[in-house]
Design a binder for this molecule. Structure first.
Ligand SMILES: Cc1cc2nc3c(=O)[nH]c(=O)nc-3n(C[C@H](O)[C@H](O)[C@@H](O)COP(=O)(O)O)c2cc1C
Length: 418
């Protein structure tokens, strides 16, 4: 039996995950709508034997103030399932995971779309289920505003149940007639080559964790410290037994934003160069959105965070930001700069050996089954990770040298659903 190996996702984004990546001298201004750019990234990730490509999504601008929205690394970009459909025919092995919202779709349509992606890619599709937390996105789907957190999750629970029944061919003659959805017929497609598309989930509040324990194959999460990552990992794996599942049935893959170079000094210089490019307004606006507060600029930027009411948006991210501000005694300006680099995800700056050491410690310390890699800018940091860090992980026996199977479930070591 081979030793346990880590799973790796390549989290795509237009110019890069650092909020100022679009200002980097190597940035490609039209990256968000250049299919050749994405094909090149997908091929790099596949050549490095990554398990999957990952796309986030929100159907709307990420920021209400358009002048600020236009100054971030992702203000325009393709709808991700369409993008992954194009990448499916330009790649042959790598998994294709897209985010889609349970708040602004219907289960029949979404189940059909992902099963189509799964069929046309030969069993490589995955759905990242989110309930969505942005009032800007909500306003594009009717005038009722963002639904309360608990309602969003109740709808998501029923949504996930209907989708999996459709994928598993278990929607019988009686169909589904529930609280939010009614579906009559099975899908007009045969079952997937991997049994069913992989279910991914991102949402870390208590109710979000329960939904993941019930339905997810992979969980994407944000954790800054080893202690936070370990606590999340143990908590989520501990919830599985209640749903008749084994700890290994879920792969937990926190986000990580590495900045890597041949020497530590070079890596630090690369990181500092990006940090210098952050406009204060943009950093503070991003922080405001994670805290669900309309405008933090009203407060002195060099003072502490004010007391805030609990969010109805992303509860887990708000808690993470507040926790970090207290732990490290950071001002609003310092917090904004800190979160601009990786939006609350774990950031590591160093050589390939240093980065591999850190990833290995979290992986072997029982705080992760793998990582969703968030390059700071594209293609430079994805190339650097693929050519410097991946070989170091392979030398240590921590990552595959070749794909073992064909489907995304094969790569992730997940059971095929019956
Ligand atoms: C790591 C992570 C990634 C997420 N990615 C997305 C995303 O791409 N699009 C989106 O609309 N929401 C995303 N979300 C938020 C989800 O929409 C989530 O369902 C939201 O309601 C807040 O969940 P929570 O309070 O359970 O964390 C993400 C959340 C986390 C924790």
């Amino acid at each position: 039996m081979t030793a346990r190996q880590m799973k790796l996702g390549a989290f795509l984004w237009a110019t890069g995950h650092h909020i100022a990546a679009w200002r980097h001298p190597q940035a490609h201004v039209k990256a968000g709508i250049d299919i050749d750019h994405y094909v090149a990234l997908a091929r790099t990730a596949e050549a490095a034997k990554f398990d999957l490509l990952f796309c986030e999504d929100a159907a709307g601008l990420r920021e209400a103030d358009v002048s600020i929205a236009s100054q971030t690394s992702r203000s325009i970009g393709f709808e991700p399932i369409s993008l992954l459909s194009a990448l499916a025919v330009q790649t042959s092995r790598i998994g294709l995971v897209s985010t889609a919202s349970t708040s602004y779709n219907e289960p029949y349509g979404l189940a059909r779309t992902f099963l189509s992606l799964d069929q046309l890619s030969g069993g490589r599709a995955g759905w990242n289920l989110v309930t969505s937390a942005s009032p800007i996105e909500a306003a594009n789907f009717g005038a009722t505003g963002l639904r309360p957190h608990a309602d969003r999750y109740e709808r998501a629970r029923e949504f996930a149940e209907v989708v999996t029944r459709l994928w598993h061919g278990k929607l019988g003659a009686s169909g589904h007639d529930g609280q939010s959805f009614s579906v009559c017929d099975p899908l007009d497609l045969p079952r997937s080559p991997q049994g069913a598309p992989v279910m991914v989930q991102a949402g870390a509040s208590d109710v979000g964790r329960d939904l993941a324990a019930r339905t997810a194959d992979v969980v994407f999460t944000a954790a800054q410290t080893f202690a936070e990552a370990k606590a999340f990992y143990d908590d989520l794996k501990g919830r599985l037994a209640a749903y008749g599942r084994e700890p290994d049935d879920i792969k937990i893959m926190p986000g990580v934003a590495p900045v890597v170079a041949e020497t530590e000094a070079e890596a630090r210089a690369k990181y500092e160069e990006l940090q210098e490019l952050i406009p204060d307004d943009v950093g503070v606006a991003l922080l405001s959105s994670y805290l669900s507060i309309s405008d933090l600029r009203r407060y002195p930027l060099d003072g502490p965070l004010p007391e805030l009411p609990e969010s109805e948006g992303m509860k887990s991210r708000q808690a993470l930001v507040i926790e970090q501000s207290r732990r490290d005694g950071l001002s609003i300006r310092q917090l904004a700069r800190h979160f601009a680099g990786a939006r609350g995800h774990w950031r590591i700056v160093g050589t390939a050996v240093q980065i591999a050491d850190e990833l290995q410690a979290r992986f072997e310390g029982g705080a992760a089954d793998g990582f969703n890699v968030m390059p700071s800018y594209f293609p430079g940091e994805l190339d650097a990770f693929a050519t410097l860090v991946v070989p170091e992980l392979q030398r240590r026996g921590l990552f595959r040298r070749e794909y073992e199977g064909r489907t995304l479930r094969d790569h992730l070591g997940l059971k095929q659903p019956v």
